[in-house]
Design a protein around this ligand. Structure first.
Ligand SMILES: Nc1ncnc2c1ncn2[C@@H]1O[C@H](COP(=O)(O)OP(=O)(O)O)[C@@H](O)[C@H]1O
Ligand SMILES: [Mg+2]
Length: 245
């Protein structure tokens, strides 16, 4: 059956996709292509020679689905302590949607991004420890990712507001043309460790901007908290405009 999303408010918007709470499963999200930034727009923006590639090669949902299947095969159950589970595609009134585990805190609010948590609360000791745990496991398992961006990592909290873990929800896969299977585990681990080192640099950059009082932009902020509908939810006209993956 076709899921109806068009009349509801997404809880977040990335550079490429809109994220909705799944209408039939409160613990899943559905990601669809942004209607105001289509695959054709994205391909045009890339310029020559990338714009010669087929449209499907620009499709984040397709790429994420493939990468998640690969992670499931190669890494297995342990991967899901670090990334959200993927449940495959469903048809929606906004095109094909990719469904995945919706990361919520114990109080049922959708978890905030690392970017927002650092911006709101700074880099506390418990957050630092959670980033360290995430980084160690990410490297040990050789998880495949592009750059680990602060708005693509979520900070999940427990019942007392304590930090349970960090979860990556976007940016998985590899920019390299080399198939994953051709790499040794050691080479995958080295690549993941580089991405973790780079994450620490990004955190330092964000903290420096925070020190200077430079607002880092609305990207990575939630549009609503995903709890059952309240009057507080913004209307579509109030959604932030920014675009960035
Ligand atoms: N599984 C999820 N659970 C909770 N929040 C999510 C989940 N996936 C995405 N989000 C939120 O939606 C935002 C945009 O999603 P993302 O997958 O990064 O889209 P894009 O590919 O367009 O960048 C994220 O920054 C995050 O705040
Ligand atoms: Mg993103």
């Amino acid at each position: 059956m076709t899921l109806q999303l068009g009349q509801s408010t997404p809880f977040a918007r990335g550079g490429n996709r809109l994220c909705f709470v799944h209408p039939d499963h409160a613990d899943r999200c559905v990601k669809v292509r942004r209607p105001d930034f289509t695959l054709e727009d994205l391909r045009r923006k890339k310029g020559f020679p990338k714009n010669l590639r087929p449209l499907s090669s620009f499709d984040d949902n397709l790429e994420e689905f493939r990468v998640m299947a690969d992670i499931d095969r190669r890494v297995g159950e342990e991967a899901y302590t670090l990334v959200s589970r993927c449940f495959g595609f469903e048809d929606t009134d906004m095109g094909r949607g990719l469904t995945s585990e919706l990361i919520r805190d114990a109080d049922q609010g959708i978890s905030h991004t690392l970017k927002q948590v650092i911006w709101d609360h700074g880099y506390s000791d418990d957050l630092r420890a959670a980033v360290a745990r995430f980084g160690t496991a990410w490297s040990r398992l050789g998880m495949p990712s592009r750059d680990l961006l602060v708005h693509n990592l979520l900070v999940q909290r427990g019942a007392d507001g304590e930090i349970l873990r960090l979860v990556a929800i976007d940016g998985l896969g590899s920019a390299s043309a080399l198939p994953e299977g051709w790499r040794t585990l050691r080479s995958r681990q080295a690549r993941s460790a580089r991405k973790v080192a780079n994450l620490h640099e990004r955190i330092a950059t964000l903290l420096a901007a925070r020190e200077r009082g430079e607002f880092p932009g609305t990207h990575g902020l939630l549009m609503h908290d995903g709890r059952p509908a309240t009057a507080e939810q913004p209307t579509k006209d109030q959604l932030p405009e920014e675009r960035q993956t």
